[in-house]
Design a protein. Structure first.
Lengths: 258, 358
């Protein structure tokens, strides 16, 4: 294998007295599904926010394809081909599904606002092209039925898919999924699993995922990183991690606690 | 009910979605052209005012309704436009150059006030813009050699290429033409990446950033464009009134503008036109209705602000989408008659924003 696609090097972040992430290092290979697991407060979402540069690390750095991204503004990181979803769904609620997905094409725009205001030929052509590309994502995730619906009126499960669709519309090379199955029923979780597999195999996108549903994690992940209290417990295949005594202790409590 | 069967992607970006819309907007255009023959001179002058205010409201709508940045200092931008126009006209500049200059000066002022918007949000931004409005009003009072201070400033007759635009019909056409161009410009923005970036910032800054939207850039653009539109309206307003004083651009004016936008319906272009139209109609109704009321009530000072206040409260309570929302409901009612249900436009409340990142 070549160099890791994404690399976290001695990553630490401190909020006041709280060390949310403490000296975490890991590498994610191209085209793998990499899961972060751990009990609440383990620092999983914080690591996501560090990767997408919403937080600045106190020390250490994140490298994407050899470039340090942890000092860039978040919108520049997005332009490098990193897309993400949010734990609590951060869609643009008072816009249609289609508009939400088109925002995903934002990084690929070439026109300025003055051209947009005149809606010049190049804007029109770009819009039609964006529309076509977004349609591919709609087809991929079966959202045809919701194209023109306002997000604010959609059920939770559909919003979750729309958020995934919006991230995919960016045509990212790395996709960060923050609890893709939270709030979904068994059937929807099943679908989510299939989609993640398809995203990896058909679209060739690398996926990093935070997830609590161990069924989904072991089904789709190539490797799993277990965290507790901001520190790495272990890293390995889903089976190895699940069998690791430290992980069991973090989730169920150790002998001392009984 | 219309069901649009889409077969081409062009249909998604078309300004007019179906034949019915073509027809009604053509009818509207015709009515606008015919207005000087149909309306009395006084009414036409009021319609001209609606046009001018529609341009400011359009700018404010872009900023407050689509980008989510509430400005309480828009009268300041209006003043920048008005005084730039008055000053440049005094210097002998032709209108075709002084109008864009008015937009430019107001736009640059907009960028300056937009700078704090990059740091503060919501309530704090409103306060910052409010303070800016006061400062600008004071500047206008003090800069006597340019603005004439509290004594006011007179504008000369408006002629473009030798044609006199001071009379009712010509000036009406000028304002309407500019207003239509502004509406088209804003509509174009909204169906393009820039407009979507604005909406994205309004609905979720965190995810807008993660989608690659440069918040600072788009907020600045929103402020600049909004202020530029106010500047254009200010220049037209100056020519309409022909005598401008600082107190016309005070805090109350800013509040009135914001009220128009809210009454019209935040987040809709139609609302930016409904708002001022409704405002002027109600104003006329109050003027006429005053004589019918008992003198103790009708001659009361502050009758008009009270009535507008009550209307605003009613709108916020019962129709958060404003007049445009009311119109949408009415139209849907007609379109799908007998099947309209009371709760059709009710939105499901969501309580899942627990760990929202600020």
């Amino acid at each position: 294998m070549t160099a890791p696609m994404l690399e976290a090097v001695n990553l630490s972040v401190q909020f006041g007295g709280l060390r949310a992430v403490n000296d975490v290092s890991f590498g994610v290979w191209p085209n793998e599904v990499f899961s972060l697991i751990g009990p609440n407060g383990a620092g999983k979402t914080t690591i996501f926010n560090l990767i997408s540069a919403l937080y600045r690390p106190t020390s250490g750095e994140v490298r994407f394809e050899g470039e340090v991204i942890s000092r860039m503004p978040p919108h520049v990181v997005a332009r490098h081909g990193i897309a993400r979803t949010f734990q609590n769904i951060e869609l643009f609620e008072h816009a249609t599904v289609l508009q939400n997905l088109l925002v995903g094409r934002h990084c690929h725009r070439h026109t300025g606002w003055w051209q947009d205001m005149l809606f010049t030929g190049s804007v029109r052509r770009a819009e039609l092209e964006f529309r076509r590309q977004v349609e591919e994502v709609i087809e991929f995730l079966d959202l045809q039925h919701y194209r023109d619906s306002m997000v604010v009126g959609l059920p939770y499960g559909v919003r979750k898919v729309v958020e995934l669709a919006r991230a995919l519309s960016m045509r990212p090379r790395l996709l960060l999924l923050d609890e893709p199955s939270s709030g979904l029923n068994t059937e929807e979780t099943e679908d989510m699993g299939f989609w993640i597999e398809d995203i990896k195999h058909d679209l060739g996108i690398t996926v990093i995922m935070v997830e609590h549903d161990m069924g989904l994690v072991s089904r789709v992940s190539d490797r799993v990183l277990a965290l507790n209290l901001g520190e790495v417990l272990t890293l390995g295949t889903p089976q190895e991690v699940q069998a690791h005594p430290g992980v069991i202790e973090a989730y169920l409590g150790g002998v001392d606690d009984v | 009910m219309h069901f649009i069967f889409k077969t081409r992607y062009e249909q998604d970006i078309a300004l007019f979605k179906h034949g019915g819309q073509n027809f009604w907007y053509a009818a509207l255009a015709l009515a606008l052209v015919a207005a000087p023959w149909l309306l009395s001179e006084y009414t036409l002058s009021q319609v001209t005012f609606i046009g001018i205010y529609a341009i400011v409201c359009l700018g404010l709508m872009l900023l407050a309704g689509f980008t989510g940045q509430i400005s309480l200092g828009h009268a300041g931008f209006l003043a920048m436009g008005a005084y730039t126009e008055a000053y440049l006209q005094g210097m002998g500049w032709p209108f075709m150059i002084s109008l864009p200059m008015a937009a430019l000066v107001a736009g640059i002022t907009g960028i300056m006030i937009g700078l704090p918007a990059l740091r503060v949000k919501g309530m704090y931004l409103s306060i910052a813009t409010l303070a800016f409005g006061f400062i600008l009003e004071e500047v206008v009072v003090r800069a006597e050699h340019i603005t004439g201070g509290n004594a006011g400033r007179q504008l000369g007759a408006l002629t473009i290429a030798g044609v006199n635009f001071d009379d009712g019909a010509n000036f009406y056409y000028l304002v309407t033409g500019i207003a239509v161009l502004c509406v088209l410009g804003v509509l174009n923005l909204l169906r393009s990446p820039t407009g979507r970036a604005f909406v994205a910032i309004r609905d979720s800054e965190v995810s807008a950033q993660s989608m690659g939207i440069n918040l600072a850039h788009y907020k600045t653009v929103a402020f600049a464009l909004s202020a530029a539109l106010a500047g254009i309206a200010g220049a037209l307003y100056a020519h309409k009134i022909r005598f401008i004083t600082p107190d016309q651009f005070g805090f109350l004016q800013s509040i009135e503008l914001l009220m128009m936008v809210v009454i019209g319906g935040l987040g809709s272009i139609q609302g930016a036109i409904f708002g001022p139209a409704f405002w002027f109609v109600v104003q006329q109704v109050i003027v006429v209705g005053k004589d019918w009321l008992p003198p103790a009530l009708g001659q009361q000072t502050g009758l008009q602000p009270t009535i507008f206040g009550i209307i605003l409260i009613a709108i916020v309570l019962f129709e958060p989408m404003g007049l445009y929302g009311r119109w949408l409901k009415f139209r849907t009612f007609l379109e799908i008659f007998p099947f309209y249900r009371k709760g059709m436009f009710k939105r499901q409340k969501s309580y899942m924003k627990s760990e929202r990142m600020k």
